[in-house]
Design a protein around this ligand. Sequence first.
Ligand code: NDP
Length: 296
Amino acid sequence: MTEVIDGDAVAERIRDDLRDSIETLADEGVEVGLATVLMSDDPASETYVSMKQRDCEEVGIEGIHVEIDPDAPAEDLHETVADLNDDPDVHGILVQMPVPDHVDDREVLRAVDPEKDVDGFHPENVGRLVAGHARYRPCTPHGVQKLLDSADVETEGADVTVVGRSNIVGKPLANLLVQKAEDGNATVTVCHSRTDDLAAKTRQADVVVAACGVPEMIDGSMLSEGTTVIDVGVNRVDADNEKGYELVGDVDFESAKEKASAITPVPGGVGPMTRAMLLYNTVKAAGRQEGVDVDL
Ligand code: NDP
C-alpha cells in the first residue's frame, strides 16, 4: 500500500508545537511579530501574503503588513526594510518575491537583517546553511525534511534525486540533505534542465524530490518500485471547472503512486509545510532576538 503523506496533518502538528513556544515567549512578555512586505499587484503574490498573515493570526503571531506601490522607486522598499530591521516588535521580515523589474531582488535580500531573515535567503544565511550551521532553514526545503521524517523515511545512506536547482528549493534542499546530520547524510544527485537522461537519475533514487515547475513531468515510468516521492510543484493548468484551472504538481500523481511506497499529494503536501515552517522560523527568530529558549 502506498502511503499518501498528509502535509496538512503534519503542518497542524508543527503549529500545535509552535503554540507552546509562543506561550513561553508570551510568559516572558514577548509578542512574536512577523512583517510581510508586498510590492506587487500580482494576484498570486497577494494571495500568498494574505495566507501568511492568516497563519500568523491563527497561532497568535502579530502580523504586520506593508504594501508598497509597484511603481514606486526601489528606495521606498529599502526604507521600509530598514524601518522593519530597526523595529524591536518585528522578529521576522518577509519580502514577497518577485519584486518589480526595476528593483534588484538580490539587493533586497541583502538589505534584510540576517537575524530577521526568516526566509533564509540572505547570503550570510545561505553561507551558514552550506557550512552546516544554518540560522534559519529555508521554509520549503525544511518542510520537505519534516515530511520525510513524518513518514519515517531515513535519509542516511539514501540516494536522493532532487529535480530542480533553484536558490529557494533545489539547491538549499540538496545542501541540507547532504549535511552530516541526522536528517541529512544522503547521497544527493541534483538535476536541472540540462541533465542528460533524467529518468536514469530518478530511477536510481530511493527518494525523488520534484521541484522543476513542469506540470506532471515525473511519471511512474521514471521511478523504481518503493521510491518515496515528494512533489514540491504547484502549477496552474486549465481545467473544465468553475475556476477554469486546477493545481497540479510536478509529478503525475496517479502513475507515480503505482510505484511509490510514499508520495505527497498536490495540494495538501509540501504547500502547507512551507507555510508552517515560516511560522517556525519566526518563532525561532523571536527566541533568538529576545534571549528566550523556545526549544526549536
Ligand atoms: P524555478 O523555476 O526557479 O526552478 C526550476 C528548476 O527546475 C530549475 O533548476 C530548472 O533547471 C529545472 N527544470 C526545469 N525544467 C526541467 C526539466 N525539463 N528537466 C529537469 N529540470 C528542469 O522553480 P522553483 O524552484 O521556484 O519552484 C519549483 C516548483 O515548486 C514550481 O512548481 C513552484 O511553483 C513550486 N514551489 C512550491 C512551493 C511550495 O510551497 N509548495 C514553494 C516554492 C516553489 P535550470 O536551472 O536549468 O533552468
